[in-house]
Ligand binder design. Sequence first.
Ligand code: UGA
Length: 460
Amino acid sequence: MVKSISVIGAGYVGLVTAACFAELGHRVTLLEIDGERLNALEQGVLPVHEPDLPELWQRHWAGGRLRLTSDYEQGLDGSEFVFIAVGTPSTRNGRPDLRWVRSAARGIAEAANGPIIVVNKSTVPVGTADLVAGIIARYKRSNHNFAVVSNPEFLREGLAVFDFLHPIRVVVGSADVNAAQAVAQLYEPLGCPIILCDARTAELSKYASNAFLAARISFINEIALLCDKLGVNVVDVARVVGMEPRCGDGYLGAGLGWGGSCLPKDVRGLIYMAASRGVSAPLIRSVLRVNLRQPRMVVAKLQKLLGSTKGKTVGILGLSFKPNSDDMREASSLSVISLLQEQGCRIKAYDPVAMKTAAKLMPTVTYCADAYEVAEGSDALILVTEWDEFKELDMRRISSSMNCPILIDGRNLYDPEQMIKAGFIYEGVGRGEISRKQPKAALVKHKIQLELEAVESIQS
Ligand code: UGA
């Protein structure tokens, strides 16, 4: 049955939720208070790079199933559900900033003119459903029923439309069983397990899921460090571990670590939530600590190969926190580039979609038209984001155009032996076996060059 649904917030969660409910046949109104964002959306310009979203948006916008407004009364008029999908950024101490959730709750309370089910989609700390219910009780202007439901999102950026339409599970938490069942019914056509629980369980499950994903990555990164020392390939170790059903094979990719707008924020949020209840959470704190180490470790690999990095040109392949996204929030590229610039390196970089956002954050980087331009004359390359197009590069052309053919593969994207054949001095993360296989000639030639440079600098 067609329902009237409002969604508050035109970020990637709100946009995907709105477009996908329209795809499921519902009438959806997206409420966004940022005028610039709203105008752009009205022209069909989406504020995020998200595969499949533009097509979905265009189709349902043109077909009239999607509407846009900045006005709460218009936005909620006749709606049976309102999804809160606003940002909950981290504050300095990791506490999520709930100001947008609060203002959405108040907006709903003041504007809704009939019974409505309020659904928290944003990732919010345990107790937020109660907080929203409290704000609504305080500001509501009618005696209609305002049920509050927690329905956390599990969407991956870059795959968010697919994840919404093919969920592994949907979690619906509320003290109001009828409201929870009404929300569950919206997802029934998707044919996945739907977990009905209380709001606090739903809220904590989201944090626990993201923290667990982060923990897996930090775990494999710790094993990778050991692999480097022991001459073992972490990719092979991860394959063996992942084949065990009790372990599972996801999120065992060693590399520069986890970034983005979710995992870092939610790990910090969980640590904050634990600390504020007197729980020290040492494991989760270590998950964060290991992650902060990864960019430093990758830069140290480069230092070891180059001797001094001062005055060297380093090329960066990929800037966004992950492929198929233009999101630069907590991207590893930011830490890697800042560490290299502190050491006096000149940075050239290329990313298929994130350069516009990156240029605002890192104006002193030289942005290039493609990976080949980045490589030209560089003293080393660091692969930071594993975009598909980097798999298709002519690596021999790249290595021969470099001043020194060093490739640090921060995501273990490439086959080390092929890279060595293509003329690189190759280092991955936790691919310790490679140092044994590097052709001695390339390393010796490189070391001789370093020594010559050192002699020249003493003489001048
Ligand atoms: C994450 C979760 O995966 C989603 O389920 C969740 O809904 C979302 O956060 C959210 O809370 O909104 P996302 O932030 O899009 O999704 O990113 P992921 O695809 O999980 O990747 C996070 C980071 O981990 C990336 O920097 C990625 O490069 C890194 N990663 C991932 C690894 O270093 N190794 C891996 O094996 C996998």
